[in-house]
Write a protein that binds this ligand. Structure first.
Ligand SMILES: Cc1cc2nc3c(=O)[nH]c(=O)nc-3n(C[C@H](O)[C@H](O)[C@H](O)COP(=O)(O)OP(=O)(O)OC[C@H]3O[C@@H](n4cnc5c(N)ncnc54)[C@H](O)[C@@H]3O)c2cc1C
Length: 385
């Protein structure tokens, strides 16, 4: 093997996880001598997604935050309220800005190489051996491999044991003739759309008084037809927002897998999963971006302290249980979620809700939130498994 195919770390996938890790590593002077290879078939030159998340502290991605909101609106047939986010802020980062910003900074570091290709077989290395990855027939070796993409044989669903839903969404960026939106307030949930036995809501992210992303979202196994999404969006804009004069400027659609299927982190002596293959997508919400940023910091600290990436915290077990129960209710009784979320928002402050979703608090702090919603759907989900 030519020596230029030997690396300290190979990162498979230059998405949110792969690029945030490589970017952060390239900023750490103590790790600056490491030789890194990043593998991805995609050059990441289009805006293939937009990430939103809440945070209560500065983050390095703030340099590329596209929009931020400090008020949240909740709307349903049972509850209607606007909330100040207090110490939190809801932020949006566009994929294209993230890819450009991180790659530009990484490219200042001569020890990071990008190869455009598809990783297929990843082989672990024991003891003194290195791990290796095959990229379109060429083999690269490294001390550590961070695997941020699923390879074909990686994922075998077990529907008899775990829940599998997808957060399907289709959105329109609209421009209205008259001022219609408050650019400081985003709507996280508007359940005033037919639920049809599943959890369905609309998300409204205003950019200006005249421009907003209106996104129809459903937690289901299968998507609807494109026509059905268009119909639901039209009906919502016309009948609920009472907007009649507008133009659709852009459209976006996507799906985020939501499952409690377990994803191991250390999958060999020298291989670790990151991002989605590492289970970083929160099963009951589909949020992953901020979790990936936090995970990246732990991996960097592990490399600095121990010269390996594995010293990261395991997620608290109680939250895996909550996620399983929530997914169970969403899968079998999805239309009950409007009522459950209404109770949650009516009876709790934003800080408690965000901390619960961020998995930061011990169980005792979550008791008031858990006791604030009707227990019956959850008891039923526990019994049905
Ligand atoms: C459309 C969309 C919108 C989302 N919005 C939000 C949001 O608002 N907030 C939030 O918190 N989360 C959101 N998510 C969920 C999650 O944050 C994203 O999916 C995030 O991009 C996950 O990061 P990742 O690194 O795991 O995967 P990705 O960012 O998808 O990166 C994986 C990379 O691996 C590459 N790859 C695939 N196969 C191979 C291979 N064989 N070899 C090498 N490379 C390979 C891919 O080309 C890709 O670049 C969204 C997801 C989607 C799909």
């Amino acid at each position: 093997m030519p020596p230029n195919d030997l690396y300290d770390i190979i990162v498979i996938g230059s998405g949110a996880a792969g690029l945030s890790f490589t970017y952060r590593l390239s900023q750490e002077t103590s790790l600056g001598r490491m030789k890194i290879l990043v593998v991805d078939p995609d050059k990441k030159v289009v805006n293939d997604r937009t990430w939103c998340f809440w945070a209560n502290r500065p983050l390095w991605v703030d340099a590329i935050v596209y929009r931020r909101w400090d008020r949240l609106a909740f709307r349903s047939h049972f509850h209607h309220q606007n909330y100040d986010l207090g110490e939190f802020e809801y932020r949006m980062v566009r994929g294209i800005d993230f890819y450009r910003y991180t790659k530009e900074a990484i490219n200042q570091n001569v020890n990071v190489h990008f190869v455009q290709g598809t990783a297929s077989v990843v082989t672990d290395g024991e003891d003194q051996d290195l791990a290796s990855v095959n990229v379109d027939g060429r083999t690269f070796q490294a001390r550590w491999i961070l695997k941020g993409a699923f390879l074909p044989s990686d994922f075998i669903p077990k529907p008899e044991r775990y829940h599998y839903l997808t957060q399907h969404f289709q959105g329109w960026i609209i421009h209205t003739k008259s001022p219609q939106f408050d650019p400081k307030t985003f709507t996280m949930f508007d359940f005033r759309t037919p639920q049809m036995d599943a959890m369905r809501f609309i998300y409204v992210l205003p950019f200006t008084t005249h421009d907003a992303l209106i996104e129809y979202t459903q937690f289901t196994k299968k998507p609807q037809t494109a026509d059905a999404y268009d119909f639901a969006l039209q009906a919502y804009i016309r009948d609920t927002l009472n907007i009649t004069e507008y133009k659709v400027m852009e459209t976006e659609a996507g799906g985020i897998p939501m499952t409690n299927h377990p994803f191991a982190r250390k999958i060999g002596h020298r291989i670790m999963t990151i991002g989605t293959p590492g289970g970083l997508v929160k099963p009951s919400t589909g949020y992953a971006f901020h979790r990936i940023l936090k995970d990246t910091e732990q991996i960097i600290q592990s490399l600095i302290r121990y010269d390996h990436p594995f010293a990261i915290q395991s997620p608290p077990r109680q939250y895996a249980f909550f996620d399983r129960i929530m997914l169970g209710v969403m899968e079998r009784d999805g239309s009950k979620m409007e009522h459950i979320f209404s109770q949650m928002f009516r009876n709790n402050g934003i800080k408690r809700i965000f901390n619960f979703l961020d998995e930061t608090d011990p169980l005792i702090h979550n008791l008031p939130l858990l006791l604030s919603v009707d227990p019956l759907p959850f008891i039923s989900a526990v019994i049905r498994g």
